[in-house]
Design a protein around this ligand. Structure first.
Ligand code: APR
Length: 234
């Protein structure tokens, strides 16, 4: 039985909750270009367009029809019932892991339901649209709020804590991610040989050959099955 587990998730775990992934045929990057909405340059060039992109995704996430699925719930159960450490590192900016009950959770790409102030640098809970004159809840500065989301070219969050957890883990599970974006895509190479590595994904990811084991299928099927087996001591 593994003692210290690190789980990495990507957009695939939220797909069956109704949120689009990024690189599937019907994904977000098939609708809009990264360079136009997900870089600091895009925000400097056309802040209204970037805010509009994230306001639309935040509005979708407020829709009560968008809820945690069996895969999110299985990971929350793993955290509750596993006798050792479980750290969930997600690339996702949705709040479905929290709503499923996960607490040992790091959002390395930020959170859609938070706004970050470019004056005081504080990140505050924020469920509404960010408007051009929205005021920071912490320092009251107006018109200084951006999405608390890590854009391409920016440093992901909590990388020291993630690095320490990868260093100490004896089981690494990657779920619903295509293995296209670093540093997350490089985590398996950091731990392989030292930890048991498992990929749970709809189809083999870019990094599939680096994993000891894989279960391919929809997350709502393969993740609960894997967690059940793990908690039975497999
Ligand atoms: N169950 C399991 N896996 C699925 C499902 C499903 N129902 N549907 C799709 N997938 C898989 C796809 O096969 C793909 O491998 O989920 C993966 C999604 O990959 P991406 O769309 O690239 O999303 P992700 O890996 O999370 O992207 C990483 O890139 O664009 C940036 O910041 C963004 O956090 C994102 C990062």
């Amino acid at each position: 039985m593994a003692r210290r587990i690190v789980v990495l998730t990507g957009a695939g775990i939220s797909r069956e909750s109704g949120l689009a992934t990024f690189r599937d045929a019907d994904g977000i990057w098939a609708q809009v270009r990264i360079e136009d909405v997900a870089t600091p340059d895009a925000f400097a060039r056309d802040p209204a367009r970037v805010q509009g992109f994230y306001n639309a995704r935040r509005a979708q996430l407020r829709d009560p029809a968008i809820a945690p699925n069996a895969a999110h719930l299985a990971l929350a159960r793993l955290e509750r019932e596993h006798p050792g450490e479980v750290l969930l590192v997600t690339q996702n900016v949705d709040d479905l892991h929290e709503r499923a009950g996960s607490t040992r959770l790091i959002h390395m790409h930020g959170e859609l339901m938070k706004a970050r102030c470019m004056s005081c640098h504080g990140a505050s809970p924020w469920r509404a649209d960010i408007a051009p004159d929205s005021a920071c809840p912490a320092c009251d500065a107006r018109g200084r709020l951006r999405p608390h989301v890590v854009w391409f070219g920016e440093m992901p969050l909590a990388m020291e804590e993630i690095g320490a957890a990868l260093e100490a883990c004896d089981l690494f599970v990657s779920i619903g991610t295509s293995g296209n974006v670093y540093p997350a895509a490089g985590f398996v190479a950091e731990v392989r040989g030292r930890a048991r590595t498992v990929e749970l994904n709809l189809e083999p990811s870019e990094g599939a050959s680096l994993f000891d084991e894989a279960m391919h299928g929809p997350a709502t099927q393969v993740v609960p099955a894997f967690v059940d087996a793990l908690l039975r001591g497999a």
